[in-house]
Design a binder for this molecule. Structure first.
Ligand code: PCA
Length: 321
């Protein structure tokens, strides 16, 4: 027995693996080429480097470890230590999680940053009740409209099978008299190929990653909102780390948030260009379309306000003042 342990210990030393090394698995719904995934891989690499391998984080991309809808609960139940998901997917638990997916509330990076500053303390409190802690959040580029043919007014969306990624987009599609259908980002190309979806709203990142030119002709830059991905960690698991490793994780997280916002800004331009280069017609919205979309946005925000908690409403007040 002793020999066996001694041999194993010697082997670990030979491999340079510390005896106390922690290994975390990190699920994300998004694929390897998504800029968020590139960013969280760098986060994982930074943690390994800063802790000399005392903590290593292995990514599981494109929903390969847990489906999107289960990632938060997998972190909560400590099946994994941490995970990434689309923040506004939690809006069914509390509307505070969904404010970044309301049309025309925050449409620039500056406003998105201001909104996140107002939202963060409120959702930090909500997540704490579940034993979770946010590490960082990064927005997708502004969301635009993908269709076959030009969309000059909201009426042109009527009757289309409309790909949605959260409850807000489902409400949007319904108000536009389209037919919402929930589809994960990694399933978009197939959904359009099989006719399950005919139109969608998403970022140029997801449009380019899913090769939107294969299934739509037009990208209309409505720039309606900048929804975020968030990375959360289980508090008990985090607290069990040494203070040094905790500090390394928090430092890498702060760096990842700053880097992610810059990556997102760069994506907006480069991925719109990729789509244009592949033959998509990149169009500015007509004045009539903008008016129609703003009307839908106003209805959605009224609904949001009448169902939101005091704490959720305080996000909007902080943001607007
Ligand atoms: N891409 C993700 C979320 C928002 C975005 O730009 C998606 O389409 O599912």
């Amino acid at each position: 027995m002793m020999m066996k342990y001694a041999a194993a210990f010697a082997a670990m030393i030979a491999l340079g693996v510390p005896a106390t090394a922690e290994k975390w698995d990190m699920p994300t719904p998004y694929g390897d080429s998504t800029f968020h995934t590139v960013n969280i891989q760098k986060f994982a690499d930074d943690v390994t480097a800063a802790t000399n391998g005392d903590l290593t984080i292995t990514l599981h991309t494109a929903g390969s470890l847990f489906p999107h809808a289960e990632i938060k609960n997998a972190v909560r139940s400590r099946q994994v230590a941490l995970g990434e998901f689309f923040l506004s997917r939690l809006s069914n638990e509390d509307l505070a999680y969904g404010i970044d997916s309301q049309p025309f509330v925050a449409t620039s990076y500056e406003d998105a940053a201001k909104l996140w500053a107002a939202q963060k303390p409120v959702i930090t409190k909500l997540l704490a009740k579940e034993g979770l802690m946010p590490l960082f959040a990064v927005p997708w580029p502004a969301q635009g409209l993908y269709t076959n043919g030009e969309i000059a007014t909201v009426a042109d969306l009527s009757g289309l099978r409309f790909r949605a990624y959260n409850a807000a987009l489902e409400e949007f599609a319904t108000l536009a008299k389209a037919a919402p259908v929930q589809i994960e980002a990694s399933d978009i190309a197939q959904a359009f190929a099989t006719g399950q979806a005919q139109a969608m709203i998403t970022s140029p990142s997801t449009g380019a990653n899913s090769k939107a030119w294969d299934f739509v002709t037009h990208y209309t830059q409505i720039d309606a909102w900048l929804p975020k991905n968030i990375v959360v960690v289980n508090v008990r698991v985090f607290d069990a780390l040494s203070p040094e490793v905790q500090a390394a994780v928090l430092k890498a997280a702060a760096d990842a948030e700053a880097r992610g916002w810059e990556m997102s800004k760069a994506e907006a331009a480069t991925k719109t260009q990729v789509m244009a280069d592949n033959g998509i017609i990149v169009a500015a919205p007509t004045a009539e379309l903008v008016t129609g979309l703003q009307t839908i946005g106003a209805t959605m925000l009224d609904n949001w306000k009448s169902n939101a908690s005091e704490d959720a409403l305080s996000i909007l007040n902080t943001f607007q003042n």
